[in-house]
Design a protein around this ligand. Sequence first.
Ligand code: GDP
Ligand code: IMO
Ligand code: MG
Length: 476
Amino acid sequence: MPNLFRHPIKKAYRLQGDQIGNKRDNFACEMPKQVRHDVLFFLVKNYLKIMAVDVLLGLQWGDEGKGKIVDVLSAGYDLIARFQGGPNAGHTLEFDGKKFVLNTIPSGIFFENTMNLIGNGVVIDPITLKKEIDKLKDAGHDLLAKKNLQIAKKAHLIIPTHQLLDAASEKKMGEGKIGSTLKGIGPTYMDKTGRNGLRIGDITLPDFKERYQKLADKHTSMLQALYGEVPDFSEREAAFFEAIEFLKQFPLVDSEHLVNEYIKQGKKILAEGAQGTMLDIDFGSYPFVTSSNTTTAGACTGLGIAPNKIGDVIGIFKAYCTRVGGGPFPTELDNEVGEELRKIGHEFGAVSGRPRRTGWIDLPALKYAIMLNGVTELVMTKADVLSGFDKIYACTHYNYNGEEIDYMPYDICSVMPVPVYKEIDGWNEDLTGITELSEIPDRLKSYIIFLEKELEVPIKYLSVGPDRKQTLVLPV
Ligand code: GDP
Ligand code: IMO
Ligand code: MG
């Protein structure tokens, strides 16, 4: 695979080498000043990277396969830290014939020597978190015994009335609803920014119950005033307090200190994103978004790390595209081809079970996501799902108000950009069993090269099935 465009410094080094007749022994002394600077910069940058936090996040509308890839990479990290979102996330992992869906727990939980942290930017539903922990215990992964999960004191709590508010708000919106997972995410982040929220660190305070009651009362009066009813939530409330007691057994930590101490000690940290860039509260397809910053910047605020501590940014995308819930989706295939993609790719929400909307890959949206996140390497998942499609399509531009544009316009929600496609020859080979690079079909190689040229970032990992083992590392 040609990779000249991948490492400008290596390229400069090689070109200079050629110019001086490949005299490799005295290369250093003959190296021109600019190249010397470049090499020094490269070395320093890579040294600093050792003291940095890598980030893995979704570049589309979520469900790109983050859980699977974090699990694949976890063995190489000392700490996996979720930095935003909540139980609206469903991260699927498969290995040894077993399948797990994690909502709040970081995807590094299956590795012996990897610590896992639920960061301050996450919103926690104690009931869901307890269920996750119980399920893992039933499957032989006792997190209390393993002591491999810590929770940031500053993470906010989702209380039962947050979910009622979410449901009531969606019901009121009718056809124009966001398509929320109804996990109480929006109302909880509203209370966080509105400075009313409860944090998990509060559960040990003597007046926690009064604090809870004050917030719940506020919510019930809002529900009554805005929606005219307050559904019964007594059962859920009882489960909430039971889960709170259960969670007291886990270390509640000042996670910003923990993370920065890990950095100081040169330990390796991977920040795990939830949702995807196009669902970011600031830059996504607003208002059809979630309520947190799903981008690299969110890792800084969601974990308490300075921007200059960010190392590699691993951006993950599907070989096509999906979205679950409402909102614009320019490359959506509302036809048999889309149905085929949904069927072959098992595109049903890991949290809600809703059918995911499907479409072709959207390069203007991906380029936007790469720019916002500072992506340094890419992961392409679900390439196997495209096997057998005679032709596949990549949206390279949009037609928008009579103009051809190659960026995501502001008003995507009222005027839908019309995709302009490049037709690409598909491949027929089944990819799910391949383990060697030489087994990658030529047409898939061409697709990879085409995407790398368009996106100007190397694709480092290729995922060809849901299992941990169905992952190939591409030469960079
Ligand atoms: P996440 O939210 O980004 O972690 O993704 P989800 O778990 O919600 O959705 C991704 C789905 O695709 C899950 O069912 C994964 O098991 C599955 N998956 C991940 N990578 C691949 C792949 O390369 N091929 C196939 N066929 N399935 C994959
Ligand atoms: P992971 O981490 C896909 C979508 C919802 C809805 C919108 C707002 O598994 O990729 P919310 O519950 O946040 O109020 O919903 O965002 N959404 C997701 N879509 N994957 C997710 O997470 C999602 N989390 C939220 O469907 O359209
Ligand atoms: Mg998911």
